[in-house]
Design a protein around this ligand. Structure first.
Ligand code: M6R
Length: 370
């Protein structure tokens, strides 16, 4: 069943491009409109949505955090992302104009299921982004947008994450189309950018593994890691940190790069490995300069810098000890590629340490208890 791969995790990371591609199939027609035919929520109700709340856990919540940046940018509707287990117990403000988006690979996560039940009881509509046909979360929602990542077996979620971002982006573009907040040409253009992503992910899978493996060999004994990013790179950093703690049992912390000076920089000591997600430099991207100054700060304190950066980024080359390269792509699309080297890195670290990458200790693939 592993199709020649050492582990399901390895196989599933290599299915990242297909997971994105299959999730996009049939969504854009020749006239440039996005289709969500199976979403049976009345168009008028969707048009009237004035707030979106994403509820999810773990990796799915990081996909939701990525989606927040894109959906708010395109749809101009506030998006909150909340861990499902926190959401239900804090008396959240829910109205018939709130759209709750429940993201779940398994569709059986009890925390997420309870959150969506609560939202529906309060009169809000729930749309599920789910990878498992007919799962509880799909059945109990008002509408489902399936991700087509295919069955995910390894406990650590990989291909489902990129498929979740893709599905949430399609939802965002659909809402933008309904509300008229983005021109049709721009919707088509953005959809084309999404369609180009499987090829870019494949480039990472074809060219970066030996650098990633060497880094894992060198860093296998590191006691802790920090993962930092800004904007969409922030949830990617969180996800990279989660992958490493889950399967390599390395103590990691992910946070927003801008927080460094507000406390975490105190942790930085000689040789501390720090992973930076560096945004594209093109177009004098102000975020690029900000992340770079964070790199300079910690480099000056002796940190060991691992960067995920765009091919040809000379500034990063100057400071980083190791670079996992990403091909050129727009900032909003970058999480789809940037997570891939981090998935491979976590897997290689776990292998170096002799752990079972598919079945990490203490964890279950779907968490069906609250
Ligand atoms: O099946 P779900 O997407 O609802 O699962 C949510 C989390 O339990 C899941 O993403 C978990 O964090 C994974 N072990 C991450 O690799």
């Amino acid at each position: 069943e592993k199709g020649g791969w050492d582990s399901f995790m390895d196989k599933e990371i290599h299915e990242d491009p297909a997971a994105v591609q299959r999730t996009l199939i049939g969504r854009m027609s020749d006239d440039g409109t996005i289709h969500l035919d199976e979403v049976h929520i009345d168009e008028h109700e969707l048009k009237a949505v004035d707030k979106i709340i994403v509820v999810a856990c773990g990796t799915a919540s990081y996909a939701g955090m990525v989606a927040k940046y894109a959906i708010e940018h395109w749809v101009r509707v506030p998006v909150e992302v909340e861990l499902a287990h926190e959401f239900r117990y804090r008396d959240p403000i829910l109205t018939p104009r709130t759209l709750v988006v429940a993201i779940s690979q398994s569709g059986e996560t009890m925390d997420t299921l309870m959150a969506l039940r609560h939202a529906r009881e309060q009169g809000s509509k729930v749309l599920a982004i789910c990878n498992t046909q007919g799962a509880s979360i799909a059945r109990e929602s008002d509408a489902v947008l399936y991700t087509h990542a295919g069955p995910e077996v390894a406990v650590a979620s990989t291909k489902a994450f990129v498929a979740q971002i893709t599905a949430a982006y399609i939802l965002g573009l659909y809402l933008a189309q309904l509300k008229g907040t983005v021109f049709r040409d721009e919707i088509r253009n953005t959809f084309d950018q999404l369609q180009a992503m499987p090829r870019k992910i494949q480039w990472v899978l074809d060219t970066q593994p030996s650098t990633i493996e060497q880094a894992a060999v060198q860093l296998a004994d590191a006691r802790s890691f920090l993962f930092l990013g800004r904007h969409v790179g922030y949830p990617v950093a969180m996800e990279g940190a989660l992958k490493l703690k889950e399967i390599a049992y390395t103590f990691t912390e992910g946070f927003a790069a801008g927080e460094l000076k507000h406390g975490p920089i105190a942790l930085v000591d000689e040789g501390e490995p720090i992973v930076f997600i560096v945004p594209p430099a093109r177009g004098r991207n102000v975020l690029h300069a900000k992340v770079l100054s964070g790199i300079e700060e910690v480099k000056a304190r002796g940190a060991y810098i691992i960067a995920v950066a765009e091919v040809g980024d000379k500034d990063v080359e100057r400071y980083a000890d190791v670079i996992f390269w990403r091909p050129e792509c727009p900032t909003l699309m970058s999480p789809l590629v940037d997570v891939v080297p981090l998935q491979l890195f976590a897997m290689d670290m776990a292998k170096q340490k002799g752990y079972d990458v598919d079945k990490p200790r203490n964890l279950a693939k779907s968490v069906t208890v609250e």
